[in-house]
Design a protein around this ligand. Structure first.
Ligand code: AHR
Length: 613
């Protein structure tokens, strides 16, 4: 039983308490939230990004065509281009199974092209079964210029290809295809289903762009002086301005990132979903296993200046140098940046602090209203973490970012973690946490833990699950909050927990007492359910086994299927010893009651996806 004293006043809970953390990991940006459908659009993929890459990754050339890096390039920061011979063509395979197009929807093609003697490009959308839209012809004449065409898909396909054929020799770069239907119909926009899933959380803040990709790699810029370095840390100036002038980079997670989704787009998205933007900049100490402090005064000064410029980009008037860049990109009004994080999970606390204090001093001198967030390194429950916290306290840091990924049991056992945190010390930003798994029990353990965060809302000011997105065919890290491929996206149980908390942020904690701690280690499952969504599918041989291997439920559908209850708008029937979904129009769930003593169990099921999602 729970006793609540409505008159007692606990901690106030900020509206911004629960947010999201977006990092370009698991192809969360290119091939994910960034709606661009062409992979490697600027021919910049390199073996330096990933040993299996070449500048023609995801492209197939028929006839004569090669990637060139010479003085004829589009611009200094977009160094490669494709030189296509007369009568030749090039085809892009997109991400996952290909380019997804939907019948009746519009798609915007664009390309930067140069053809000194003139050429005609034929641009086609097709799959193995033929055309997916009426092909377009684009006449190209003279030096580099941008050309456009629009398609309306005549069929739906998950395996589309974009082909560009040239009658005469041409140079091509930034070959691009966007759905017209992006989130809020924005240009250079975001994939609608993913953006809507994030928006539906109603997050209080968006922490971006990482994570390990912020403070790993070289701290040099992209220039002739640095040898056009790949594997650079995430530097915001690389990511703004016209997309064709944004240098691509090797992503820490083993692929190439285009920066098409860059700082402007992060700020715009945060504003669109009513969330506080919370960028993270590198502190010149590398983390995530690289553990190196960069000793270069001039470089440190440059990064500190870049951070001041970032604040001007976000908040400065349209007449200021960086405010003007923002205004020219389409947003004259400021983005209202209030918090900024310096560094991410540095393992060298002393070296980090030396640099952090210099960043903070410069920011406070110029922008005293900005909260400069520090971090505690990874929570190794030991020396690094303790030293970092000691330094944070001594330096009177306003807010400290903590990260941890642990078992569900750890989250259940540590509900009281913040009960004993020093109320006069720095506030906590729990920037990354997750229990290890996407199962229901993981969501439950996180929900239990979040009640402890909320109870301590006077100390824990911000919290975000991590990571946010994962493309199922390019996974570096699991679990993740939302999963997707080129045609669908689906939420984890953990997402539902986050949504529940974010959509119901209270104003104030009402202190309560439970007479006993609920025993969540006992039975938690009493049924098995299998759901499909808009898919034609069949199931066979469903088996649930206990952790010790004992069979709890087994059904090969050779006999009576009446013990299964069907819910959802579609219809099912048993055919040839399989449970078959015969209506792929809607969500379908089949449920069979189990035994209330089920606890840890494994589900095995033979399933066939016949078509759809
Ligand atoms: O969220 C995945 C990674 O975990 C982040 O990049 C890093 O900060 C942490 O180690």
């Amino acid at each position: 039983s729970i006793t609540v004293d409505p008159a007692a006043r606990g901690a106030a809970i900020d509206d911004t308490m629960y947010g999201v953390f977006f990092e370009d990991i698991n192809r969360a940006a290119d091939g994910g939230l960034y709606a661009e459908l062409v992979q490697n659009r600027s021919f910049e993929y390199s073996t330096a990004d990933n040993g299996s890459y070449t500048p023609l990754t995801s492209w197939t050339v028929e006839g004569a065509g090669q990637v060139v890096n010479d003085a004829g390039r589009l611009n200094e920061r977009n160094r490669n281009y494709l030189s296509l011979g007369a009568g030749s063509s090039v085809t892009n395979a997109g991400y996952n199974t290909g380019i997804r197009v939907e019948q009746g929807k519009r798609y915007d093609f664009s390309v930067w092209a140069r053809a000194d003697s003139g050429t005609t490009l034929t641009v086609a959308l097709k799959d193995a079964a033929g055309a997916l839209a009426t092909a377009r012809q684009v006449a190209v004449e003279g030096g580099w210029a941008k050309y456009r065409a629009t398609f309306t898909a005549t069929r739906t396909s998950n395996r589309g290809r974009l082909a560009v054929a040239a009658t005469d020799a041409a140079a091509l770069d930034m070959v691009s295809l966007f759905p017209r239907d992006t989130y809020r119909n924005q240009q250079n926009g975001l994939r609608k289903d993913l953006a809507e899933k994030i928006a539906a959380l109603h997050p209080g803040f968006v922490r971006f762009p990482g994570g390990c990709l912020v403070n790993t790699g070289s701290m040099e810029d992209y220039s002739a002086a640095s040898g056009w370095q790949r594997k650079r840390s995430y530097q915001w100036k690389d990511t703004v301005g016209p997309v064709e002038e944004r240098a691509t980079n090797a992503n820490f997670w083993g692929y190439n990132q285009s920066y098409g989704l860059g700082y402007y787009e992060y700020f715009r998205f945060s504003e669109d979903i009513g969330a506080m933007p919370l960028p993270v900049v590198p502190a010149l100490v590398t983390g995530c296993g690289q553990n190196r402090a960069v000793d270069d005064e001039a470089l440190l000064k440059r990064h500190i200046q870049d951070t001041l410029d970032l604040i001007e980009f976000a908040n400065g008037p349209a007449t200021s140098k960086w405010g003007k860049v923002r205004a020219e990109m389409g947003h004259p009004r400021p983005f209202r940046l209030t918090h900024l994080e310096v560094g991410n999970e540095e393992n060298l606390p002393e070296e980090f602090f030396d640099r952090f204090k210099q960043f903070r001093a410069a920011i406070e001198a110029r922008y005293p209203d900005i909260t400069v967030v520090s971090n505690s390194g990874p929570d190794d429950a030991g020396t690094t973490f303790d030293t970092a916290w000691k330094l944070n306290r001594e330096a009177n840091v306003e807010m400290v970012d903590e990260h941890y990924y642990n078992s569900p049991n750890w989250f259940l056992q540590n509900n009281d973690r913040y009960d004993s945190y020093d109320r006069s010390g720095p506030k906590v930003f729990l920037g990354e946490y997750a229990s290890q798994g996407n199962a229901w029990k993981n969501g439950l353990s996180e929900a239990a833990f979040m009640t402890g965060l909320e109870r301590n809302a006077d100390v824990v000011k911000l919290a975000s699950y991590a990571p946010l997105l994962a493309n199922e065919d390019y996974v570096q890290w699991r679990p993740d909050l939302v999963w997707f491929n080129n045609r669908a996206s689906w939420n984890s149980a953990n997402y539902e927990v986050q949504k529940l908390f974010m959509n119901n942020v209270g104003d104030r904690v009402v202190p309560s007492k439970a007479t006993t701690t609920p025993d969540v280690s006992g039975p938690i499952a009493g049924a098995v359910g299998l759901s499909t969504w808009a898919t034609s599918a069949a199931y066979d041989d469903v088996k649930v086994t206990a952790a010790d291997g004992a069979t709890l439920l087994s059904d090969d559908f050779s006999g009576d299927a009446s013990k299964w209850t069907h819910t959802g708008a579609g219809s099912w029937s048993v055919q040839d010893g399989q449970y078959v979904q015969t209506d792929a129009a809607a969500e379908n769930t089949m449920v069979q009651a189990g035994d209330p003593s089920w606890h840890d169990y494994d589900l095995h099921v033979q399933a066939t996806k016949k078509s759809g999602k």
